[in-house]
Design a protein around this ligand. Sequence first.
Ligand SMILES: [Zn+2]
Ligand SMILES: [Zn+2]
Length: 134
Amino acid sequence: MTVRTGRCHCEKVKYQMTGEPIAVSNCYCRTCRKVTGGPYFSIAMMLTTQFKLTEGSPSSYKTSAPGMRYFCGNCGANTHDTFELNGTSMTVVTLATLDDGHGLKPSYSMMVKYKPEWLEITDGLPQFEEFPPM
Ligand SMILES: [Zn+2]
Ligand SMILES: [Zn+2]
């Protein structure tokens, strides 16, 4: 089983993910844009059972009814999110915090109706106005 590791910028928070993610995508939603300060967020979604914190204890806050966002309280890097999908706990890690060589890349873009007006998406990936059909 593939094990990938990740860490925040200051390396106080470290995690690992086991197995392949369910989806890897770029998200243009308002929350993702606000928390990164960037035009979109590249993320990998998996079952929470595939995810494990291995070092440090990230800070967190509630982003929506079932969602929590976790970030390093020292350097501010967003490491992961958790939320419920049809009663199952899911975890999303930010691709940027995975260690180099992880080999994952987004296969679609979602929430593109919220993209910044100035941004032209030219990556050729399939686009969904909101969530893709699951
Ligand atoms: Zn940190
Ligand atoms: Zn988003």
